[in-house]
Design a protein around this ligand. Sequence first.
Ligand code: AMP
Ligand code: ZN
Length: 469
Amino acid sequence: MKIYNTLTRKKEEFVPINPGEVRMYVCGPTVYNYIHIGNARPYIIFDTVRRYFEYKGYKVNYVQNFTDVDDKIIKKANEENKTTTEIVEKYIAETLKDADGLNIKRATVHPRVTEEMSEIIALIEILIEKGFAYEINGTVYFNTQAYKAYGKLSKKNQDELEAGARIEVDEDKKHPMDFVLWKPKKEGEPYWESPWGQGRPGWHIECSAMAKKYLGDTIDIHAGGEDLIFPHHENEIAQSEAATGKNFAKYWMHNGFINVDNKKMSKSKGNFFTLREVAQEFPYEVIRFFMLSAHYRSPINFSRELMQSAQSGLERIKNAIINLDHLINHAKEEKMTEKEIILSKGLENFENKFVEAMEDDFNTADAISVIFELVKFANVNIDNNSSKEFALAIKNKILSLLNILGLLEKQEDIKEDVLEEEIEELIMKRQEARKAKNWALADEIRDNLKQRGIILEDTPQGVKWKRQM
Ligand code: AMP
Ligand code: ZN
């Protein structure tokens, strides 16, 4: 299995640290707002990565943090006259509600910064002790000049690193690239006791501390959106590797952006759609399907047209399943015929092709194409005379591949929108109209059914109907 590793800019064979186990850390949201559709991308993508590993039999230990102390949270609390705890609790609950809608599994652990303060402080102490961090007036900085590999993930040279570094006016750090590990409290802000006085941690240190605590010094996969490569992940590597002297993460995975008019969708630019908004127009499962229809490293330009096309694609798959269900309930033959036995042997090929796509750096776009090929196979090989066993074999194969991607796991996701009794009733009416030589009405009924995906066939044995795939 190959994974594109941002660290080496190459696809590499995946070899877990411990056989049969995957330890992965995915940077989580800062909780002060509803998540937008861009944020939803890494959550859906890396949940799918996890599910695929599980399908392969790995035990996956999946950690995703909630950043619950941050300037933006404090600002929001002040604006709404609430405590930061109230803001955080509300948006963690809302984020998890969205995650449930998208069928994202709960992480093995969802650690929160406010609950991990002693680990964070202990890690900063180690860095100071080893000469990788220093304190000036209650602020602790990471000493980038002491850590020679700084820049290895983003591949930025010294000039670029310096240009990308932020220097606040009141900062007195030794080098522009140095970054904050701990900052002193400001009036009216939440704070914790530390060896450097009352204050709170900088952003990057939380992930190093949590990954170490829950997954160990070296982890298999570290992931997030590509905007996190620099400075966040670069800084995480510096902190973790300086503290432990070991490799921090073997594989670094980053998803591409969701853009609007070719610009990154982001809260600060204001060009975003919350997931909630989009979910009012399109079911969550369509949103998940939409995200997986592109390769995770490609940018996506978000538009209603693309969402609509994802919706009709998923509809086509669902219709095939409904059609197969209909046969399973009404088939005249139980067992497969000789011809069906031969055909059904080919079903394994679809799974093999699906796996091949996923093994190539999680190419979900190609994996979904395989599901469409399977739908076509059903369309071509199934008719009203097919056996129940054959229909069931195809249906199970489609569902099992969808389920690996976290799609249509619940049967209620696949609803028949046209009821069978209603169809039978309309057919009866059409027969009556024909008997009465009311051809116009008979044709009207036929067209009406056709529009709803029901095809009528007049046979010597009477009228038969099938669902269009
Ligand atoms: P944030 O809450 O901004 O830290 O973002 C949470 C996650 O969403 C991070 O992994 C980001 O990289 C990712 N992310 C943010 N905006 C986008 C976007 N427009 N497209 C894809 N991923 C994004
Ligand atoms: Zn992180």
